[in-house]
Design a protein around this ligand. Structure first.
Ligand code: CO
Length: 230
């Protein structure tokens, strides 16, 4: 069904009625506060709906989204969300989730001859840096495989950036939490695959370099994660 602006509001009323039919106290309980255990850092892409693809409901996941799921050290928005999630909400897990078919990553790939997009091209500059840094392993790949690999490398880079923030460093020092995770979602299959282990230390962040150097396959398998069967 193609929605209109009016149908969004009509759907909202239907949602309220359905929830109340299931549990008359649902919204009263929700209004009491949130205790999410997860912070999700994902792409703004409309096909990557974090609650939908993880089966989580209201109150379970704190969410930050931007184009190409970037963790930029000077982004006050990201840093504020991260600080609040880690230091106030005490989430135990921070997930960076990229996705295959990411238009942001594709736009940043060299050789991609799309039109200029204005400000967003500046935002995506950091993806170009990642591409340049790993060019030796990206260059031999044909375009589809190269985009898939760059999507994965971009996630790993953002997990690395996350682990190096003062917020995460301090939290690790104080309570060995949160675990940080790098995931990739495939829009074409609906599956999420983990790219990293659960990381809760600088040693874990350093291990990411093995993936980035290609010592750990970009073809994700259960043994990379140990959490989710491939
Ligand atoms: Co995207």
């Amino acid at each position: 069904m193609k929605h209109t602006i009016d149908s969004l509001l009509a759907e909202n009323r239907r949602f309220v009625a359905e929830q109340l039919a299931l549990d008359p106290a649902y919204f009263e309980q929700l209004a009491e506060g949130q205790h999410p255990d997860f912070l999700w850092i994902g792409c703004s892409d409309s096909r990557v709906s974090p609650n939908l693809i993880t089966g989580t409901g209201p109150g379970e996941m704190f969410v930050h989204r931007n184009i190409a799921n970037l963790v930029v050290q000077t982004d006050m928005n990201l840093l504020s969300v991260l600080q609040y999630a880690v230091e106030v909400l005490h989430v135990n897990h921070v997930i960076v989730c990229g996705h295959h078919g990411c238009g942001g990553v594709k736009a940043a790939m060299s050789g991609h001859s799309g039109p200029a997009h204005g400000l967003v091209d500046h935002w995506l500059r950091t993806v170009k840096d990642t591409e340049q840094y790993f060019w030796r392993q990206l260059e031999p790949l044909e375009e589809t495989a190269r985009l898939r690999r760059l999507v994965e490398l971009n996630v790993v880079e953002q997990v690395y950036n996350l682990g190096k923030t003062s917020i995460v460093q301090r939290a690790w020092h104080e309570r060995r939490r949160p675990f940080i995770h790098g995931w990739v979602f495939d829009v074409g299959t609906g599956r999420i695959d983990p790219l990293t282990k659960m990381i809760d230390s600088d040693d874990g962040v350093q291990e990411l370099c093995k993936f980035a150097r290609g010592e750990v396959s970009g073809k994700v398998s259960g043994k990379v994660s140990g959490e989710v069967a491939a």
